[in-house]
Every structure is written in C-alpha cells, then in structure tokens.
Design a protein around this ligand. Sequence first.
Ligand code: NAP
Length: 426
Amino acid sequence: MRRLVGRQGVGGVSLRRCERACACACASRYRVSFFTTHTGGSISTAAMHFQCSPDLVNGVHMRAAVVRDGKGNAEALHVVDDFPVAPLVDQVRATPGTALIKVHAAGVNRPDIMQRAGLYPPPKGASPILGLEVSGEIVAVHNFNSNENSNEMEMEMEMEMEEENDPFVRGLGLGSKVCALTNGGGYADYCFVQLNQCLPIPDTVSLTDAAGLPETYFTVWHNIFQRGRLQDGETLLVHGGSSGIGCTAIQLAKHVRNDVTVAVTAGSDMKCSACVDLGADVAVNYKAPDDSWDQALRAQLNGGVDLILDMVAGDYTPQNVKLLNMDGRVVIIGLMRGPKSEVSLAHVMTRRLSITGSTLRPQSARAKMTIGRELRKHVWPLWNTDKLKTTTDEVYALSDAAAAHRHLESSTNNVGKIILDCECGR
Ligand SMILES: NC(=O)c1ccc[n+]([C@@H]2O[C@H](COP(=O)([O-])OP(=O)(O)OC[C@H]3O[C@@H](n4cnc5c(N)ncnc54)[C@H](OP(=O)(O)O)[C@@H]3O)[C@@H](O)[C@H]2O)c1
C-alpha cells in the first residue's frame, strides 16, 4: 500500500461536527480525521466517522455481572444495574475501529472461571467485567466512512486504505448484528469491541448460539491451524473433546482439512458419543477404570498422533510426548492438571517434536485481526454447507451467571457451550 509521508512522530485524532446527510439516525455525528504514525515516519490518514444510537443519551446505566471483592467462588458473581454506559460510548468515540454492542447474549468460558477465581487477570486496559465473547447489535461505531462528500485528498486516502481495510469491517454500522471476540466486558448489557474482532452471524445460526462462537473459533483456528499446522491426512488428538473448545476443534479439523483422523478424550461415555456425533473417529473415556487413556488410544488408532490440542497438561504431558509421531506437535492451551511436567527430551530430539502453546486474550490486535479474517475466509462459508453445528448446552439469564459458572465448573454432563441471555430481564 502507498503511504502518505508526513512528519515523523506526528499522530492524533481531530473531531469536528459532521455536516453530512447521514442515512442513519445518529444522535451525535462527528467527522474524525485520524492520523496514525508508522515506523519510518510515514503517516496513513483516512476519514473516520463516529455514529451513535439516539437511545444512548447521557445517564443511561447498564447491568453487568461483577465479582464481589474482585475474586472468589461462583457465589461472588452478582449482577449490578448501575454501570454508566457513557464511558463506553466515549471510548468508542475516541478509538477508531471500535464499536459498542448492545449485548443479546454472552458466552461462558473456562477462562472466565479462572478470572473470577483471580487466576487469570485481565490484560492492562481491558474491562474488569467478565466475558470474552458476545452477540448483539452495534449501537455506536467509529468506522471508516466512504462518502461522496469526502474531499479529494480524503478520497484518495480512503482508496489507499481500502486495500488494507476489509469490506466486511468497513460495512459495519449502526444496527449491524454481529458476534465478537471481546477483550473483556461481555457479561453486561453493552460491550466495547474492536471492529476487526467481529464476525457475521451465519444465516443458519441464532443470535443466542452465535454468542458461543468467537472464543472457541478464534482459539481453535490459532492453535490447530496457525500454530499446530494441521495437514490433510494427519491424526489429531483433542483432550477434553466435549468442551466448548473440543466440540469446535473436532468439527474444524474434519471440515477444513481432508482425511484427518480425530481422536478425543472425554470424561464419560455420554460425552464420548457426543464427540463421535460431531465427527470424532475415536473417543476414549479417560475416567474408564480399565486401560489408561493413552493405551486405549493406541489400541484404537493403531499408532500415534501428529498433533495434540491439550488443555490438560500436568501428568498428561509425558504420555502426550510418547504418543506423538515423527515431527509431531503438541499445543498447550490449558493446564487443568497443572503447569508442571517431566518429559524425556530424548523423544523431543529424536522424533523432532515441537511443544508449544498460547493464550488468546493477551495477543495483539493485529494477531486477532488476522485470525478473524482467516475465519471469515476459510471457515464461515462452511456454515452454508450444513457441515458445522453449534453446540449450545444450556442458556442462563445474565442474572443467573453464578449458576452458569457452577454448571461449567462441575463439568458433569455438559457438552459444548453455556450461554448467558442478556436480554432476559432487561
Ligand atoms: N489458551 C487459550 O487461548 C484458551 C482459550 C479458551 C479456552 N482455553 C482453555 O481450553 C479449555 C476448554 O475451555 P472451555 O471454555 O471449552 O471449558 P470447558 O467446557 O469447561 O472444558 C474443560 C474441559 O477439560 C476437560 N478435562 C478436564 N480434565 C481432563 C482430563 N484429565 N482429561 C481430559 N479432559 C479433561 C473436561 O472434560 P470432562 O468434562 O469430560 O471431564 C472439559 O471438557 C480450558 O482449559 C480453557 O482454559 C484456552
């Protein structure tokens, strides 16, 4: 992309009242000239546009689930109704490429439980309110604006930016319905999001079910395909196959690549059959009294595996390493059995193994933007082919967030996602 070269180190945002005849019913309209500095001192500029629903007048408050005393068990989670919305609107006004979503539903994830317990603090600048994914409607937005009234210089800049800025993101405006990976704040009536972490609602998916897609799809895409480099014809093992993450991993491995054999571990026969229904070829009940899970897997697979998506770690790691084929990879995304393991590095060396891992939330905005784009390109079209299924296990009202946490934590008979309905009781 060509860049307009400007003074080194200069950047900023200037606001002026919008004179344009917007089709939208925005209560406050501003043209925003946005200047970003880039390494080497070149500057990109583009016309940005802030729009806000007239309902979001000053003094509006919202409900949000918060943790009493900052951390605790599920009982510490309770809903307050006096959170001011204005600071969130101001944050959108001040930050190009962001939006405020009126939340329809929010997904519940294991990392929320860890955050509630004080074990997974939000990154700097992120909302302290729990909730990593939402679905809903955009009610304030600060987006690029292609408009025939742009002056010549702005139009040239917008055209240059178009190459870099995706049409889906540019098309998001007031009233757009989306699901989004958030940096926090989903258990609430309104949630601040980055536009390029939004995904369209597939035609075949309800707005409620869509709330359970972003966190698992972003995580699975990154760890199985970008980091784990799953190839056609390989064998994938997913520990915790019936978890929200596991249900997504089974389906993406089967439908994004060809001829992948998927094996899973899960904690009951019912959970194992649910994984098989989603496409798993081999499912081992890791709580079964007879064989250990790795012996049972070896017997059914007739060999080892090429990639392991591991949320268990701890004492599973030596068995994981032994199970891997030549050039095998293990990607660690959770530590359900603890962070410490002892493995024979001789296996790593002689079989050229890779042990890696990641956490999604602290990754850069650019990394998340890339994952979002790849999901829209390679995965979202699959929703039109009946290949993918949502796996909502149960929906709770936002006011019952504590019960939703108890359900996920107990891990008794849940398969897939637990969702909070944030419309209920509004
Ligand atoms: N790194 C990241 O970016 C990232 C992002 C999201 C989630 N995660 C992690 O991914 C995991 C799944 O998250 P989720 O939200 O989908 O939670 P979830 O539904 O609560 O899943 C937890 C899963 O762990 C399984 N598990 C526990 N002990 C096991 C063992 N010994 N062997 C095999 N499976 C075992 C459970 O299986 P049973 O119920 O059958 O016992 C359950 O399916 C969590 O560890 C979470 O922290 C990581």
